[in-house]
Design a protein around this ligand. Structure first.
Ligand SMILES: CC(C)(COP(=O)(O)OP(=O)(O)OC[C@H]1O[C@@H](n2cnc3c(N)ncnc32)[C@H](O)[C@@H]1OP(=O)(O)O)[C@@H](O)C(=O)NCCC(=O)NCCS
Length: 178
């Protein structure tokens, strides 16, 4: 368990937590992203947070996968992939923030900002020079959040998922030099 602040902890997701993670994301994902999908995002949550995919993600040696705890309650998830590089970005040591998802009841209270600062410090201490991540352009909450935290546009791609609405496919890669 990592003590980020008095009220915020990061607890490692383990192989026996796949159900808890799935149930959590069934609560978190739809309010933020169901309008991106023709099926309200069911296919995406079912595939991303299937037992099989979670176990695969947990087996990745250079990744850290955490539950976010706020006042001792699980309210989100946070996944970091060390040394994953963004093509055509500077050749320095890079870390990817793969996911940060908070439950609606804890959004807008500074938890996200605190976790980004924690990651910046952690990365700096380990000698990393860049944090980068993918952000959906059509999700202003996340996009503004990263912009405010000092992340800069690098490139973009369009997600190919068949069930995704065409107008929300754009995903930008943004980064911050530490
Ligand atoms: C995006 C997310 C991680 C942000 O975390 P958060 O704890 O809600 O954000 P914070 O309260 O730390 O806000 C940090 C800054 O972002 C800005 N921000 C947060 N939500 C915003 C919104 N809806 N619209 C515009 N700006 C927003 C805030 O203004 C704040 O700036 P300030 O400190 O100068 O006031 C969180 O809201 C979330 O999980 N959302 C749903 C899932 C998602 O989209 N996750 C990212 C996908 S990888």
């Amino acid at each position: 368990m990592i003590e980020v602040t008095k009220n915020i902890q990061l607890k490692e997701v383990s192989n026996t937590d796949t159900k808890v993670l799935f149930q959590l994301m069934q609560e978190i994902y739809p309010p933020a992203y169901s309008h991106f999908w023709k099926d309200d995002g069911s296919w995406y949550v079912n595939s991303q947070y299937s037992k099989e995919n979670t176990l695969k993600e947990l087996s990745q040696a250079n990744a850290d996968f955490y539950f976010i705890l706020f006042k001792s309650e699980i309210v989100g998830n946070f996944r970091i992939v060390w040394d994953e590089k963004l093509p055509n970005l500077l050749e320095e040591k890079q870390v990817k923030l793969h996911r940060v998802y908070l439950h609606p009841k804890t959004q807008g209270k500074g938890l996200g900002k605190t976790l980004l600062s924690w990651l910046e410090e952690e990365a700096q201490q380990k000698g990393y020079k860049i944090i980068w991540l993918d952000a959906m352009d059509a999700q202003p909450q996340a996009f503004q959040f990263y912009k405010k935290a000092g992340y800069t546009y690098h490139s973009h791609t369009f997600l190919p998922f068949e069930l995704m609405h065409d107008k929300v496919r754009k995903m930008s890669q943004v980064y911050k030099i530490l």
